[in-house]
Design a protein around this ligand. Structure first.
Ligand code: C2E
Ligand code: MG
Ligand code: MG
Ligand code: MG
Length: 290
């Protein structure tokens, strides 16, 4: 639209919004079809102990290969699934699949599963979790649910009930993307969180001199330590960040430096080939298939 032409500019945005709405609508119906046809899979990314580089678990990340668009990011389709009511069946598929695939991993290697606030608000979630564990034959302490600060936003007392019920199953809870939400810290007084995942926006650049993120990471780690919680630094891409994050006290590291998310068979092969230990390699810019 021409500059200064108010109506033109308006029309330009209207067209763009319509275009966006159409893409969205299209994605929504494609999502329904994908769920029915089973065109999702999970990719697993190692979570590594800072002390000895042992792989303590993997985070399950949802992947969708669209028939014409190729790989669509969960950052794009999860919010759509949340809005159109598909996140519950999709989330159930993720939970059951992750438990089943993780049951084949050796030792106490855990699996972490992302749970949407919409799933967390559903009273049937604990039953679903119990059923997924039982069907897979997975010990409860090998499952970690990743929730976000979003679950505290509605401030309902049901949140406490949900925490009790989930912890009662013997599973672990991690707080994802810590520090990026809009909720207060008050919930940390009572919520039975086992681990805080420090968002990658705070991890980025910690190794650069004068970068203020290091101070933020240190403060989060101090808080977590005091409350008896573990800490995972997310999105670690560079080898020099590993030692620094260890110095700052992070108990775990996750990121491309230790591996791209890979399918369940590759994760299993990786576990046995390296006897459960990870090796750091600098993040390659050429994008490996995720
Ligand atoms: P998240 O749970 O915080 O997952 C971490 C994201 O960071 C993943 O993106 C992962 O691929 C990416 N990542 C890992 N290491 C690095 C790194 O070194 N550098 C960079 N730049 N990124 C890294 P992904 O797989 O695209 O997922 C995006 C978000 O989508 C997730 O963030 C999570 O919020 C959501 N999501 C993924 N799978 C599920 C699911 O099964 N259920 C729900 N409700 N949400 C999911
Ligand atoms: Mg996560
Ligand atoms: Mg995260
Ligand atoms: Mg995230």
């Amino acid at each position: 639209a021409a500059k200064g032409d108010g109506r033109g500019v308006h029309r330009f945005y209207a067209d763009e919004m319509l275009e966006g709405a159409r893409t969205r609508q299209r994605l929504e119906s494609d999502l329904r079809e994908a769920l029915a046809q089973g065109s999702f899979h999970l990719a697993y990314q190692p979570i590594v102990a800072t002390g000895d580089a042992r792989i303590v678990g993997y985070e399950a990340l949802l992947r969708w290969t669209h028939p014409t668009r190729g790989a669509v990011s969960p950052a794009e389709f999860v919010p759509i699934a949340e809005e159109c009511g598909l996140i519950e069946p999709l989330g159930e598929w993720v939970l059951r699949t992750a438990c089943r695939e993780a049951a084949r991993w050796p030792g106490g290697v855990r699996v972490a599963v992302n749970v949407s606030p919409i799933q967390f608000a559903n009273r049937r979630l604990p039953d679903l979790v119990a059923s997924a564990l039982a069907h897979a034959g997975l010990a409860p302490d090998r499952l970690e649910l990743e929730i976000t600060e979003g679950v505290f936003l509605d401030g309902s007392t049901d949140t406490d009930q949900m925490f009790k019920a989930l912890k009662g199953l013997g599973i672990r809870l991690a707080l994802d993307d810590f520090g990026t939400g809009y909720s207060s810290l008050g919930y940390l007084r009572t919520a039975p969180i086992d681990k805080i995942k420090i968002d990658q926006s705070f991890v980025r650049g910690t190794a650069q001199p004068g970068n203020r993120n290091a101070a933020i990471v240190r403060a989060i780690v101090t808080l977590a330590d005091t409350l008896g919680m573990e800490t995972t630094a997310e999105g670690v891409e560079h080898q020099d960040e590993i030692a620094l994050l260890a110095d700052l006290g992070c108990s775990h590291i996750q990121g491309f430096v230790y591996g791209q998310p890979a399918n369940a068979d590759d994760a299993l092969a990786q576990l046995s080939a390296r006897r459960g230990y990870a090796t750091a390699s600098g993040f390659r810019v050429s994008r490996a298939p995720r």
